[in-house]
Ligand binder design. Structure first.
Ligand code: AMP
Ligand code: ZN
Ligand code: FE
Ligand code: FE
Length: 280
């Protein structure tokens, strides 16, 4: 049985509904599942009821992107009160900023002769958080790219002609959104970017863990981040960052997992937090 604390659903840019994800997690031998959708907790209720039917433990979570200058940091939040009104308001604002950004990307695509309508993208996202993967899927569907990856590589990835930046929330703001809702913050897939020097500062700002076990970290990085976590007293968490696309042999639910003793630390901390209230 494994503990996968980083999975996306249709509530953001994942391909499967929260109930389907719970089903898939159960079949993959996952016993504890953390749903961490981008800028939304709208998939949590559906996932929770599906999980209680299946006997899985569901951890309410979120993933909020932030920037320190140009360096990107994805902040995970766990055990948060997903009904907290300040949290819901902050996430709604982030989603609105993503829609403004989508229009920016559409304009830039227009400049290179590619016509995509907002309606096509929004229809694909249904009512979930809009992300570049939705735009990439439309580009694939219309024949501008052969795969989601190619759409990023040619058009909408960072530094490509139709790239537009996301709203520039700082890491400390992202951490505060999570901790103010009673959640515990952690740094996602640090291996994806080169910003390790900020990790001690992130810890001072309130992260309690880093995602050591991630398909986005190389084996060398896993070893290094485990050491970093130990030396800073942070919890070593793990998750697949499953979205539902890509090669099923390489990206499945449960393929990266949190060690049980590390999860126990996280859960104990959440219980203490609940007893004493948020630290701030
Ligand atoms: P966004 O949040 O709209 O900036 O989109 C970021 C999402 O796109 C991430 O969650 C990744 O899963 C996905 N992504 C980023 N870069 C790539 C890439 N080069 N190929 C495929 N997916 C990517
Ligand atoms: Zn995503
Ligand atoms: Fe991420
Ligand atoms: Fe993610």
């Amino acid at each position: 049985m494994s503990i996968d604390l980083h999975v996306h659903t249709k509530a953001s840019d994942g391909l499967y509904s929260p109930a389907d994800i719970v089903q898939m997690a159960g079949s993959a031998g996952v016993s504890v599942l953390g749903i961490a959708d981008h800028d939304t907790v709208n998939g949590i209720d559906e996932a929770m009821s599906a999980a209680s039917e299946k006997g899985l433990e569901l951890i309410p979570g979120v993933e909020i992107n932030s920037y320190n200058g140009d360096a990107e940091y994805h902040i995970l939040g766990y055990f948060l009160d997903h009904k907290n009104s300040d949290l819901l308001r902050a996430l709604e604002e982030l989603r609105a900023a993503r829609i403004r950004r989508m229009h920016g990307i559409i304009s830039k695509l227009g400049l290179i002769g590619i016509t995509v309508s907002p309606q096509e993208i929004l229809a694909l996202a249904e009512s979930g958080t809009v992300g570049r993967p939705h735009i990439a899927q439309v580009l694939v569907r219309k024949g501008y790219a052969a795969s989601i990856r190619e759409a990023f590589d040619r058009y909408i990835g960072e530094g490509k002609p139709a790239y537009a930046p996301r709203s520039k929330l700082t890491p400390v703001e992202a951490i505060r959104i999570i901790t103010s809702a009673g959640g515990l913050a952690a740094l996602a897939h640090p291996g994806l970017w080169h910003g390790d020097e900020l990790i001690p500062q992130l810890a001072a700002w309130g992260i309690v863990g880093i995602e050591v076990y991630s398909p986005d970290n190389t084996a060398e990085q896993v070893a290094r981040y485990r050491d970093t976590a130990r030396s800073l007293g942070l919890i070593s968490i793990g998750g697949s960052d499953f979205h539902g696309w890509g090669d099923p042999a390489r990206n499945t639910i449960g393929m990266a997992a949190t060690p049980p003793e590390e999860f126990a630390r996280l859960r104990d901390m959440a219980r203490r937090e609940r007893r004493h209230g948020p630290r701030e």
